[in-house]
Design a protein around this ligand. Structure first.
Ligand SMILES: NC(=O)c1ccc[n+]([C@@H]2O[C@H](COP(=O)([O-])OP(=O)(O)OC[C@H]3O[C@@H](n4cnc5c(N)ncnc54)[C@H](OP(=O)(O)O)[C@@H]3O)[C@@H](O)[C@H]2O)c1
Length: 338
C-alpha cells in the first residue's frame, strides 16, 4: 500500500511527530488531494495542549483544517473535478481528512477550484476562516442572513455591525462578508498598525483595540447594535461586546461565552460559532459553488501569508508562535511536500 507523510498526534495531549501513514482511497463522492499548502489555525495548538474532547476524541489523530493542492484521484460519482485540478477545501479532524499530511480525502461538494489569480499558499489561507465568518452571519441560529451566494448580496444596506478582531483571519473575512452583504456601517477593532488593512477589506471605521472601545463605538453610532461579531472571544472583548449590543441583539462568538456575560445577557442571543462545513453542510455547499468566482473577481481577498520552513516538521513551531500571540494579520502556511 502506498504511504504518505503526516504530522500525527499519537494520543490526547501528546507530542506531534512526522510519520508514514497509508494513502486513503477516495470513496463515493470524494476526491483524493495531494496537498501543496496547508494553513495553521489556533485550534490545532489548543487541541494538542488541552485535549478538547468536544473537538476530537479519536487518536492517533491528524489535525489541520486548511488544504490547497491538486486532485490526484476522484471517487465514484464525482463529475465536478478531475485529476490535475487545483483545489482548496476545509479538512476534518480525522486521519483520512486532516490537512497536516501529504494526501487527504475530501467530499467533492465541499471543495472549490483555485482561481488563476491565487497561489496554493494563498488558497490555503481561506477555508476554515471564511467558513467560520460565514456560519456566524448566515446560519439560522446565528445572524440568519441570506448568504451573498444565495441572492443576499447587497441586501442589508441599512445595517450595522461591530467586528472585534478585525485583523484576525476570521475577522478579515467577517468584514468582507459583511461588505458583500451590503452593511453600511462596519466597525472593526484592531491594533493601530492594521487600520488601513481592515479598511481596505471594507471596514467603514477602525477602532484601536487598546482604546476605550465601547466609548469609541458609541461616538460612531450611539444606538445599540443588533449584531456584533466577536472573532476574539476573550473576556474583555465579550464584555465590551455585550455593552454595545441591543437588548434583543445577537452576539456571535468564536469561543464559549463567559459565565459573567451569560449572567447579563437578558434577551440577547449569544451564538457560539463552529466553522465546520460538515456541521453546516447546506451553507457550505452553497458557498463552495461561488468561492472561486468571488476570489477571481477580487470581491473577496485572501489574508497575507507567511510560509514556514521545514514542511510538516515546521508546524509545531508555527503553532507555538500562535500560542504566544505572535501572529498578526497573517496566515502561517506550511508546504507538506517539502
Ligand atoms: N469556532 C471556530 O470554528 C473557530 C474557527 C476559527 C478560529 N477560531 C478561533 O478564533 C480566534 C481567531 O482565530 P484566527 O485564526 O482568526 O486567529 P489569528 O488570525 O491568529 O488572530 C490573531 C489576531 O487576533 C487579533 N486580536 C487578538 N486579540 C485581540 C483583541 N483583544 N482585540 C482585537 N483583536 C485582537 C490580533 O489583531 P491585531 O494584530 O490587530 O492586534 C491578531 O491579528 C482564535 O481563538 C481561534 O481559535 C474559532
Amino acid at each position: 500500500m502506498s504511504t504518505r507523510n503526516a504530522l500525527v498526534l499519537p494520543e490526547r495531549r501528546g507530542e506531534f511527530k512526522v510519520a508514514d501513514v497509508p494513502i486513503p482511497k477516495p470513496g463515493k463522492g470524494e476526491i483524493l488531494v495531494r496537498i501543496h499548502s496547508v494553513g495553521l489555525n489556533p485550534i490545532d495548538w489548543k487541541i494538542q495542549k488541552h485535549g478538547l474532547e468536544h473537538h476530537l476524541k479519536e487518536y492517533p489523530a491528524i489535525l489541520g483544517l486548511d488544504s490547497a493542492g491538486v486532485v490526484e484521484e476522484v471517487g465514484e460519482g464525482v463529475t465536478k473535478f478531475q485529476k490535475g485540478d487545483k483545489v482548496f477545501h476545509e479538512g476534518n479532524l480525522n486521519v483520512r481528512s486532516g490537512a497536516y499530511q501529504q494526501y487527504t480525502v475530501a467530499p467533492a461538494d465541499l471543495v472549490a477550484k483555485i482561481p488563476s489569480n491565487l497561489s496554493f499558499d494563498q488558497a490555503a489561507s481561506i477555508p476554515l476562516c471564511i467558513m467560520t465568518a460565514s456560519v456566524g452571519l448566515y446560519v439560522k441560529d446565528g445572524a440568519g442572513l441570506q448568504g451573498p451566494w444565495d441572492g443576499g448580496e447587497g441586501k442589508y444596506e441599512d445595517q450595522s455591525i461591530v467586528i472585534f478582531g478585525g485583523a484576525s483571519s476570521v475577522g478579515l473575512f467577517a468584514i468582507q462578508l459583511a461588505k458583500l452583504s451590503g452593511f453600511s456601517t462596519i466597525i472593526a477593532t484592531c491594533s493601530d498598525c492594521n487600520t488601513e488593512l481592515v479598511k481596505s477589506r471594507g471596514a467603514t471605521h477602525a477602532i484601536d483595540r487598546n482604546a476605550d472601545v465601547v466609548a469609541e463605538v458609541k461616538k460612531i453610532l450611539s444606538e445599540p447594535f443588533n449584531l456584533v461579531w466577536d472573532t476574539v472571544a476573550a473576556e474583555d472583548t465579550q464584555h465590551q461586546a455585550i455593552k454595545i449590543l441591543a437588548s434583543d441583539g445577537t452576539l456571535l462568538l468564536v469561543g464559549p461565552p463567559e459565565e459573567s456575560v451569560k449572567a447579563v445577557k437578558g434577551d440577547r442571543k449569544l451564538y457560539r460559532v463552529f466553522g465546520s462545513p460538515y456541521m453546516h453542510r447546506e451553507l457550505a455547499t452553497s458557498m463552495y459553488t461561488k468561492l472561486t468566482d468571488y476570489f477571481e473577481s477580487g470581491k473577496l481577498k485572501t489574508t497575507a501569508v507567511e510560509v514556514l520552513p521545514n514542511g510538516l516538521a515546521g508546524i509545531p513551531a508555527g503553532l507555538q508562535r500562535m500560542r504566544e500571540n505572535k501572529v498578526s494579520a497573517v496566515k502561517l502556511i506550511v508546504r507538506p511536500q517539502e
